[in-house]
Ligand binder design. Structure first.
Ligand SMILES: Nc1ncnc2c1ncn2[C@@H]1O[C@H](COP(=O)(O)OP(=O)(O)OP(=O)(O)O)[C@@H](O)[C@H]1O
Ligand SMILES: [Mg+2]
Length: 261
């Protein structure tokens, strides 16, 4: 079905942020992923749904280079990055958030974002305290505004609510010049109000920044994506628009326990 990656025309594949061709991942005898063919356009917002152990996080790990796939190829904006280390993908504008939080709890919210912006900029690290006119500090403040955390900028991260910490993780992913972000269950453990805030934040991200979001809540997934990919047992078994997915009898069977089937 999909053409071998080597024959793909570069200018054409540049329209895609991600092109996965036959991607698989083994852990010893366990097949965590197999035969994954996936294309996500630049700027596209995509949701990935699937049961526990379906291979969703493994898919992210292969895309980011946290560990490589055992088969297949991965292109990022037309470039074959399958064997690139994670930092080379970050340099090219790929970002991710983790299912488990990785924040500096003792630092302020603003300092966390500031350090993330410094970390991805090309400038050398300075031990001087940043001044108010520092361009990187302005960038950090703009990002905090985008994720609705301006009011808690000076708080220590450890004092934030769970929902605010997840918003901060999105802020860290926005540091530098991201072109594409992988969100691993950012809505996990959020209250209904925090979920609404998250949906609003995702929907207000710049149009040119595409993402894939792993999400267990079908309602959230349908509201923050243009296309939805469904996974089971390491494979993709369905893909469609939110309307198609919502109206799909098989999806209704899975998510509503057959109550509407
Ligand atoms: N580093 C690893 N070593 C061994 N097996 C792993 C590793 N990472 C994942 N697996 C296995 O691969 C399969 C897919 O796991 P993965 O974490 O990708 O699922 P998931 O869809 O993200 O699930 P969840 O919804 O619970 O987060 C599981 O059977 C898991 O136990
Ligand atoms: Mg997972």
């Amino acid at each position: 079905m999909a053409e071998p990656a080597r024959t793909a025309d570069l200018s054409e594949s540049g329209a895609f942020a991600l092109e996965l061709d036959g991607v698989g991942r083994q852990f010893g005898a366990l097949t965590a992923l197999s035969g994954i063919h996936l294309k996500v356009r630049a700027g596209e917002k995509r949701a990935v749904l699937g049961s526990n152990g379906a291979g969703k996080t493994t898919l992210f790990n292969c895309i980011t280079g946290d560990f490589p796939p055992t088969s297949g190829t991965i292109r990022f904006f037309g470039e074959d990055v399958t064997r690139f280390p994670a930092y080379e993908r970050i340099r090219r504008g790929l970002r991710r958030t983790y299912q488990i939080s990785l924040l500096f709890g003792g630092l302020s919210v603003l300092d966390n974002v500031y350090l993330a912006c410094r970390g991805v900029s090309r400038r050398r690290f300075s031990l001087l305290r940043p001044g108010r006119d520092d361009a990187t500090m302005h960038q950090a403040e703009r990002i905090l505004h985008a994720v609705k955390l301006d009011e808690v900028a000076q708080r220590r991260v450890a004092e934030l609510s769970h929902g605010q910490q997840r918003q901060l993780e999105i802020a860290l992913a926005l540091a530098g010049a991201p072109r594409f972000i992988l969100f691993d269950e950012p809505a996990a453990g959020l209250s209904p109000t925090e979920r609404r805030d998250l949906v609003a934040i995702l929907r207000s991200l710049p149009a040119h920044i595409g993402y894939v979001i792993i999400e267990h809540d079908l309602d959230v997934a349908l509201r923050v994506s243009e296309r939805v990919t469904m996974m089971h047992n390491g494979r993709i078994f369905k893909e469609g628009t939110p309307d198609e997915i919502e109206g799909d009898p098989e999806v209704q069977e899975i998510y509503l326990g057959g109550g509407h089937g």
